[in-house]
Each structure stands twice: as structure tokens, then as C-alpha cells.
Design a protein around this ligand. Structure first.
Ligand code: HEC
Length: 152
């Protein structure tokens, strides 16, 4: 008698468990479909694309934190080239390449950065990435039209 009573009781728990599971399963579609779409500004989207371009085309010389290689590859981190004063010149470097003597943060470099063959929109994206990272802040977004207008 006692054992059959326990058995029934156990079964009740078992059913209750499945009832809860069913309730839960019923709820989960609402949970999974209610995903968040973070509001990203145009600048943030451009920077995200720029990060990929940076990894593909720039990181091998300017390195992971834009630190560069002393005496050979100038830094992008806190670079005086990535300021409003040199905005057009910096865009021109990335658009056309750069060779000959240049001074970056007070240090003279005389190397070669070849023309990387990026499209204007890619130049804009990678500029937005490097100009808003590693100590650089230039919230005025670089646009494809702006890159297009920059001449050598
Ligand atoms: C093969 C190595 C190499 C690659 C790849 C390269 N650079 Fe450079 N970069 C240089 C060198 C060398 C200079 C300085 C050239 C000189 O001495 O005239 C330079 C200069 C610069 C400057 C101006 C100076 C400064 O440090 O702020 C910027 C901005 C820059 N590069 C950005 C980029 C970006 C963005 C990419 C990728 C799209 C890139 N570089 C890819 C070697 C490279």
C-alpha cells in the first residue's frame, strides 16, 4: 500500500515536471525571437568594416594596436597624422601610398608604404577605424565622397 502511494506521488511530480517543461518550451520561442538589435551609428558600422580591412591590409606593418615598429613602420596610435590638421594628408597616404621622408610624432621615417589598391569606401572605413582607436578620436566621419575628393 505504502509503496503504491509513493509511486503515485512520484508520478505526480513527474507529470508536474513535464508540465513545467511544456510551459517553458512554450515560452522559449518568444525568448529566442525577441533578439536585440543594438543601435549602431553609421560611424560604428564603418569602423567595424574598417577593423576587417585593417587586419587584412595594415596590421602586418602597423601592428595590432597601431604601435608600428620603431624606426621602420610609424605608429598610428596617437599619431599626429590622425588629427584634423593632417586629415587630408592622412587620407592621401592610405589612398595612394606614401614614400619619402615624413615625420610622425617627432620621429623621421623614410620608408615605403605602397598603394594598397583599396576602393574609396574601404579607405573611408579603415580611416574611421584608425582615427577612432588607440588614443585617436576624430568623430567627424570620413565618407566615401570625401576620400574621392582627396588628391595626391
Ligand atoms: C608594408 C608596410 C605597410 C603597410 C601594409 C601599411 N603601411 Fe602605412 N605606412 C608604412 C610606412 C613605411 C609609412 C611611412 C612612409 C614614409 O616613410 O614615407 C606608413 C605611413 C602611414 C600613415 C601616416 C603616418 C602615421 O603613422 O600616422 C598612415 C596613416 C598609415 N600608414 C596608415 C596605413 C593603413 C590604414 C594601412 C592599411 C590600409 C597601412 N598604413 C598599411 C608602412 C605600411
Amino acid at each position: 500500500m505504502l509503496s503504491s502511494k509513493l509511486y503515485t506521488h512520484g508520478n505526480g511530480l513527474f507529470i508536474a515536471f513535464f508540465f513545467m517543461l511544456a510551459l517553458h518550451a512554450n515560452k522559449s520561442p518568444t525568448i529566442t525571437t525577441a533578439h536585440y538589435t543594438p543601435i549602431q551609428s553609421e560611424l560604428e558600422k564603418s569602423m567595424a568594416r574598417g577593423a576587417e580591412i585593417y587586419t587584412d591590409y595594415c596590421i602586418q606593418c602597423h601592428l595590432g594596436k597601431g604601435e608600428g615598429v620603431a624606426g621602420t613602420y610609424p605608429p598610428l596610435a596617437s599619431s599626429n597624422w590622425l588629427t584634423p590638421e593632417k586629415r587630408d594628408q592622412a587620407i592621401a597616404v592610405v589612398k595612394y601610398g606614401q614614400q619619402g621622408e615624413i615625420m610622425v610624432n617627432g620621429v623621421t621615417y623614410n620608408g615605403i608604404m605602397s598603394n594598397l589598391g583599396l576602393y574609396d569606401d574601404e579607405v573611408a572605413d579603415v580611416m574611421n577605424y584608425i582615427m577612432n582607436n588607440w588614443g585617436n578620436t576624430q568623430k567627424q566621419m570620413v565618407t566615401e565622397a570625401e576620400v574621392k575628393a582627396v588628391k595626391k
